[in-house]
Design a protein. Sequence first.
Length: 211
Amino acid sequence: MKLILLGAPGAGKGTQAEIISEKYGIPTISTGNIIRAALKEGTEMGLRAKAYTDKGELVPDDVVIGIIRERLGADDCKNGFILDGFPRTIPQAEALDKMGIAVDAALSIEVDDGEIVNRMSGRRVCPACGASFHTEYKKPAKEGVCDACGEDIVIRKDDEPETVLNRLKVYHDQTEPLKSFYKAKGKLIEVEGQDKVADTTALVLKALSVI
């Protein structure tokens, strides 16, 4: 299965991606995690991306597309993959087509903007390994500590309210049009995000079972 996950920042794409990845045995390709790794390592691409991510803006297409092209060429993507965070614009979607990569579906998780702001204020991430947690929806086993690697988890700058509102505007202006793009191709699936992760998962897996 070759799947694209769509939805506003904080809609729960990362959590659902983990579940889908485990069920179908395919890797999740998260541009956010790739970019954060580059930021931590101080690579040239990471430094270019930092000026944009600090303001909650999108990283330029040429940088992102280069990363994705390289990643999808890896052996673990031969049987399928989940794209989380790419494409984010119509030009990126068109670039994906030009790369000869056909996806089976674009799954959009729908969540109200007000709920997004509430959710993201409680989000915590591990700066070491990129694992994501939440003070209400996905608590770590030990408060403030990453389950995966034991490092302290933190609030990211781009989860602060002012940045979240800016990210939502960017999403509606630049990314939401992808729903129409994939609907026209007959590949859009929409699922209403629920308060409980398990309830959203049930709807997601039901939707994917017909592909």
